[in-house]
Every structure is written in structure tokens, then in C-alpha cells.
Design a protein around this ligand. Structure first.
Ligand SMILES: *[C@@H]1O[C@H](CO)[C@@H](O)[C@H](O)[C@H]1NC(C)=O
Ligand SMILES: *[C@@H]1O[C@H](CO)[C@@H](O)[C@H](O)[C@H]1NC(C)=O
Ligand SMILES: *[C@@H]1O[C@H](CO)[C@@H](O)[C@H](O)[C@H]1NC(C)=O
Ligand SMILES: *[C@@H]1O[C@H](CO)[C@@H](O)[C@H](O)[C@H]1NC(C)=O
Ligand SMILES: *[C@@H]1O[C@H](CO)[C@@H](O)[C@H](O)[C@H]1NC(C)=O
Ligand SMILES: *[C@@H]1O[C@H](CO)[C@@H](O)[C@H](O)[C@H]1NC(C)=O
Length: 238
């Protein structure tokens, strides 16, 4: 991953717990030509791909926006780079699965950086008048107001809604590629009034990479957070 070159602070968690899911691995592994990528996936899994004819969506966020209000949703993202912001306001569970290669997924010397085939990225950064939240490329919050961060020790006003009860991502790189230098705040995550967990993921940006907001609980397993300035901040439980 390119951003790794300039980002020096590396936060590596729980190496002994594998970032591979025994439940979703069969779905995530790339299949031989002619075999549907959805073989081994939970019923109803939505395929996102820029190239595969079976995919209904070529954008992850379009797949998210297509979800019904209720029910657990699983989205399989094929290998590739996706330039977009992901914004999850839905309350019911959402699981994003990154595709994996059978050749690299099980390398004992591997890690999230060397294993992941899916990069989702955007490049917004905070300019005058913007809330930090508006630069995030992965937002899990019930409303725009609930996603706001504000400033100072108390931050933005408290909000009445709770968002996603179980957002999960497996084996995906989330990146804010605004700059390789201190341009201003350029967040990767804004998880507010929501519960989220990540397995074998990476998160990279220069400044303010990771934000766990009000009433949020976040859990990160076998993942890597790359950042340079203030790369972990927030009001929640991580
Ligand atoms: C991930 O693995 C690659 C290849 O083994 C290695 O070069 C890199 O330093 C590792 N990164 C971390 C953060 O451990
Ligand atoms: C996320 O989506 C909600 C619902 O469409 C919208 O109100 C909100 O402004 C979006 N958040 C951001 C930060 O764009
Ligand atoms: C969001 O917050 C602003 C400013 O506090 C307020 O004027 C607006 O009504 C709020 N919007 C919603 C949908 O609650
Ligand atoms: C946020 O947490 C506070 C303190 O636990 C609680 O009183 C409040 O109801 C929570 N708000 C939401 C929207 O979950
Ligand atoms: C969110 O996670 C916290 C901490 O694990 C838990 O106490 C809370 O019940 C969860 N909220 C929901 C709505 O599932
Ligand atoms: C950051 O550095 C990488 C590796 O040198 C480069 O590919 C990328 O274009 C740079 N990004 C920006 C926004 O300058």
C-alpha cells in the first residue's frame, strides 16, 4: 500500500488472533475462472465488482444504499481499488468482506497489509468551515449530525439516535489519500453512535486517522492503523 511509505506510526494489534474469519473465508477466497465468486457465501450476499458480470454494483456505497432497512446484510467486494466514501446509517448489521487470494491469505509471515486485495479510498481533507467528520472516508453513524465531531473536550452536541448495532469489515484497506504530508485533518474512520469491529483491515491517512465518536464501541483485530499526527482520537470505547 503506497501510503505506508511516509506514515511511520504503526499500531499492530493482537497478532496472535488471526484476521481471517472461519465463517466467511470460503466466501472471500477467489474462485477459479467459471466458478461464481459467491460460492461459499451466506445466502443473499451482494457482489460488488468493477469487472465481474455477476456483480450488480461496481461501487460499495451503491450496494450499501440498496440495502433494505432491516435484516443482516453481507457484501462481498472483489479485488480492486474503489474510490469512494462509505457512509453507513442503517441500524441493522452490515458485513463488508474483502476478497482474498488462496495464494497469499494463509502466508504465516503475512499481515493485513500483505494480504488484502481490496482498497477503498477517498481523498477529502478539512478546509475552513468543515467539521473533521466531513473528511472521513468510512462513516458509521445514524445521521449527519451524529457524525459531527466538533471541537474541544466536549465536541459536537449529543444526539438522540443510535446507528448500526453490528458493522463489521474483514480484510479491507481503508485509506484517506488526501496527501502524504500534513495538509490538515484527513480522517479514515468516523464511527459515532454505532458499534463496529474490524478483522485483518488496514487504515491509513496522514492526520487524525482513527476516530471513535460518542457512544461508539469499536473493536479491531489483527489490523494495522497507519498515521502520522493524532492518529487515534475520540470520545468512545475502542
Ligand atoms: C507486513 O508483511 C510484509 C511482508 O512480509 C512486511 O514487509 C511488512 O513490514 C509487514 N507490515 C507490518 C505492519 O507488520
Ligand atoms: C451519510 O448519509 C446520510 C443519509 O443519506 C446523510 O444524511 C449524511 O449527510 C451522510 N453523511 C456524510 C458525512 O456525508
Ligand atoms: C442538526 O443540527 C443542527 C445544528 O445543531 C440543527 O439545526 C438541525 O436541526 C439538526 N438536524 C437534525 C435532522 O436533527
Ligand atoms: C449515549 O450514552 C449515554 C450514556 O451511557 C446514554 O445516556 C444515551 O442514551 C446514549 N445515547 C444513545 C443515542 O445511544
Ligand atoms: C454496543 O457495544 C457495547 C459494548 O460491547 C454494548 O454494551 C452495547 O450493548 C452494544 N449496543 C448495541 C445496540 O448492540
Ligand atoms: C503518496 O505517495 C505515493 C507513493 O510515493 C504516491 O503514489 C501517491 O501518489 C502519493 N499521494 C499523494 C496524494 O501525493
Amino acid at each position: 500500500m503506497p501510503t505506508a511509505l511516509l506514515l511511520v506510526a504503526v499500531f499492530l494489534l493482537a497478532c496472535r488472533i488471526s484476521g481471517l474469519s472461519p465463517i466467511f473465508q470460503a466466501c472471500q477466497l477467489q474462485k477459479p475462472a467459471g466458478v461464481s465468486p459467491l460460492v461459499g457465501c451466506p445466502a443473499g450476499t451482494i457482489l460488488v465488482s468493477q469487472t465481474h458480470s455477476e456483480a450488480v454494483f461496481s461501487s460499495v456505497q451503491k450496494a450499501v444504499l440498496s440495502l433494505p432497512k432491516t435484516g443482516k446484510a453481507v457484501i462481498l467486494v472483489e479485488e480492486g481499488e474503489y474510490h469512494e466514501t462509505i457512509n453507513i446509517t442503517r441500524t441493522d448489521p452490515v458485513i463488508l468482506l474483502g476478497q482474498l487470494s488462496p495464494h497469499t491469505a494463509f502466508d504465516p509471515a503475512g499481515n493485513a497489509s500483505s494480504r488484502n486485495l481490496v482498497q477503498i479510498w477517498d481523498n477529502k481533507f478539512v478546509q475552513t468551515g468543515m467539521d473533521d467528520a466531513q473528511s472521513a472516508m468510512l462513516i458509521v453513524a445514524p445521521s449527519f449530525n451524529a457524525s459531527l465531531i466538533g471541537a474541544g473536550p466536549t465536541g459536537a452536541p449529543l444526539q438522540p439516535l443510535f446507528g448500526n448495532v453490528d458493522f463489521r469489515a474483514y480484510n479491507i484497506d481503508f485509506q484517506n489519500r488526501a496527501a502524504n504530508f500534513s495538509i490538515s485533518q484527513a480522517l479514515v474512520t468516523d464511527i459515532s453512535y454505532a458499534n463496529a469491529s474490524f478483522y485483518g483491515c488496514t487504515f491509513a491517512s496522514y492526520q487524525d486517522t482513527w476516530y471513535t465518536g460518542r457512544n461508539a464501541s469499536t473493536y479491531v483485530v489483527d489490523s494495522v492503523i497507519f498515521g502520522q499526527t493524532d492518529y487515534l482520537f475520540g470520545f468512545g470505547t475502542a
